[in-house]
Design a protein around this ligand. Structure first.
Ligand code: XCC
Length: 638
């Protein structure tokens, strides 16, 4: 598999490092400036160790690293390739689940503070609050504020339950068919922190050395991630910040305004960023900016925080200036010389960000207590009660940095693209006239063959965003509707696939549906957390048809998966019953049993399985064949 990956060299034929003209231009500029960036460091790392890539390197004890070879079929303790790979895989999943849990905890605490009137945030979707609170059995005769406190407390209590206390959210929101299957397998999770703790304990040296049990535990942590880290987080965020409604925005580096004070919201948790957008519009802050010679203060999005802001740019994030790109754009963004401040929350702020900032005037700060970076000395860790003051302080820092900007160093690529955003389960149904039926009818008739969630990260391994864009294009051509979330959203936004005019690139059936609804063929669901919305939508559609999610012509793909949160999402998708296309290959290919369970055997247990295919056209072929098999089984035309 590693050989195949190395040979394919997706996109390398063009000599480019990325799918985007803007990023390519900035890469060439940083190269001329002799500042090495991610693609240079990627090249410097080649060739990479194939043992790690195949998941058969164990470094858990001081006897190691042990590597599985023809000569050494087991580690010094006797662990086989399957034990080592399954253990490593569970550790990756637990890491992802832990980060999601931290995000959820922050949001729940902020919701509680909002309900108690202790923060600038106000509850934006009381109807959703009532619906969800009622569904988990809370007393809905209470006032909005009392109910919000009760819901926040209930979610915080869920997070902290023991692993032996099943999650209420799983019991209430999972499809019945799935609950039965998961019960049989003993993988209904308890509190997320406890699940992460048990997973870490199991993966210690020689505690759980059964690869099958380790993989089942991976699914269990995936389910905890799905219902807590994803679904609970988006639900509470919607209650607090508003459920996304249709909106227009723009993406790509060309949105940077050289005359404005530019603040970049960079990460995953959109709380501080929302407060900063508000602060930036205040007359007091605008006056400061004008005194410094700037025309305005702009809050620009980056990575998943940006996607969250874009999704709500019609309401709580009004004033959001657009999305600059995904995680691999962070160095190039700063290299435009026009970014005054970057606020980092949660994951995917790389150490290279600060190295690049040191070449310019850009101030880098952290706004989450867990985010720390060498050389970054300003920490305004988000505290709901102080968010107002913190946000103003951040804007002031940005204005100060703006004063030091060297206009001679500014270079902004001119590209930008229109984006239609703000899709959510609710806004999609509203666009369809109040129910999923028109979509279900279009699927039944075959004008839409199926739906694929093309989500997650982006990687330098197969050229930034190249596989995501190619796969999304391939799928829409075949009348398969695409839903994007995470870094992939930026990829398709920048390439114009999220504007209604992109319907022209779709097959005839999908094109007609998009045109009649005025929507693009690639639907933006937002950040990686918003993958939870896809779970909710699929649950509702499966229930409407009276089938298990695995029976639907629906699949998921993380075509440029990178990090642990993506693995945790993937574990959820497989447990939930979806075909999950993954590229590059996850680190299990050196472990025959683990690879077989994930790509085949697990289907008999949950209905889901993993498909590994680095080539986007071949991946589209395999996904289409899968959707067709589901259509045939449902008696639908193929
Ligand atoms: Fe990070 Fe979300 Fe992955 Fe992008 S998609 S590389 S996690 S920023 Ni979630």
């Amino acid at each position: 598999m590693v050989d195949i990956l190395n040979k394919i060299g997706i996109g390398k034929e063009s000599g480019n490092v990325t799918a985007h003209k803007s990023t390519q231009e900035m890469y060439e500029r940083t190269s001329k400036m002799n500042i090495p960036t991610i693609f240079d460091r990627y090249n410097a790392q080649q060739p990479q160790c194939t043992f790690g890539a195949q998941g058969i390197c164990c470094q858990l004890c001081s006897h190691g690293p042990c590597r599985i070879t023809n000569k050494a079929k087991a580690g010094i303790c006797g662990a086989t390739a399957d034990v080592i790979a399954a253990r490593n895989f569970l550790r990756l999943t637990a890491g992802g689940a832990a980060a999601y849990t931290h995000h959820l905890e922050m949001v729940a605490k902020t919701l509680k503070a909002a309900a108690q009137g202790k923060t600038l945030f106000k509850i934006q979707d009381p109807a959703k609050l009532r619906a969800v609170a009622g569904a988990i059995g809370l007393d809905t005769t209470k006032s909005t504020e009392e109910l919000a406190v009760a819901l926040a407390d209930a979610v915080l209590a869920e997070l902290k339950k023991g692993a032996d206390e099943p999650l209420v959210l799983v019991e209430k929101f999972a499809p019945k068919t799935k609950l039965e299957a998961w019960k049989k397998l003993g993988i209904i999770p308890g509190g997320t922190y406890a699940e992460v703790g048990e997973a870490m304990t199991k993966t210690l040296t020689s505690i759980d050395t059964d690869p099958v049990d380790l993989l089942l535990t991976t699914l269990r942590v995936g389910i905890a991630t799905g219902y807590m880290g994803l679904i609970a987080t988006i639900t509470l965020q919607d209650i607090l910040l508003g459920t996304p409604t249709p909106t227009r925005s723009t993406a790509d580096l060309g949105i940077i305004d050289p005359k404005a004070v530019n603040i970049v919201a960079h990460g995953h948790v959109p709380l501080m960023a929302t407060a900063v957008i508000k602060a930036a519009q205040s007359p007091e802050m605008q006056k400061l900016a004008k005194e410094a010679g700037a025309s305005d203060i702009k809050v620009l999005g980056s990575m998943c925080t940006g996607q969250e802001l874009m999704q709500r740019s019609a309401t709580s994030a009004k004033g959001f200036a657009g999305q600059t790109g995904n995680w691999m754009n962070q160095e190039y963004l700063i290299a435009t010389g026009a970014i005054d401040l970057v606020m980092m929350d949660l994951n995917c702020s790389t150490p290279a960000l600060k190295t690049m900032a040191d070449n310019f005037h850009t101030k880098v700060i952290s706004v989450d207590k867990l985010v720390r970076m060498a050389g970054v000395t300003d920490h305004l860790d988000f505290t709901p009660e102080k968010a107002d003051e913190q946000a103003k302080q951040i804007v002031k820092m940005a204005v100060e940095a703006y004063r030091k900007r060297n206009n001679g160093k500014v270079h902004i690529p001119r590209y930008s693209s229109e984006v239609m955003a703000g899709f959510s389960v609710e806004s999609c149904k509203a666009a369809l006239g109040g129910s999923w039926n028109p979509l279900i009818d279009a699927i039944k008739a075959g004008s839409i063959k199926g739906i694929v969630a093309v989500v997650g990260c982006t990687t330098a391994k197969t050229n930034h965003d190249t596989v995501s864009v190619k796969l999304s294009r391939e799928l829409i051509k075949r009348n398969i509707m695409v839903i994007n979330a995470g870094c992939v959203s930026s990829a398709t936004q920048i390439e114009g696939l999220m504007k209604p005019e992109a319907a022209e690139q779709a097959g005839e059936g999908l094109k007609a549906v998009c045109k009649s609804l005025g929507i693009p063929p690639c639907i933006n669901y937002g950040s990686c957390v918003d993958i939870g919305r896809i779970g909710v939508a699929v649950t509702e559609i499966a229930a409407a048809l009276g089938v298990d999610p695995s029976a639907l012509p629906v699949a998921a793909s993380a075509p440029e998966y990178l990090e642990q949160k993506a693995i945790a999402d993937g574990a959820f998708a497989v447990a939930f019953g979806l075909l999950l296309h993954l590229a590059p290959a996850p680190p299990v290919t050196g472990a025959p049993l683990v690879a077989k369970v994930l790509t085949n055997d697990v289907e008999a247990l949950t209905g889901g399985k993993v498909l590994v295919e680095p080539d986007p056209v071949k991946a589209a072929d395999a996904i289409e064949a899968h959707l067709n098999s589901k259509r045939s089984a449902l008696g639908l035309p193929v």
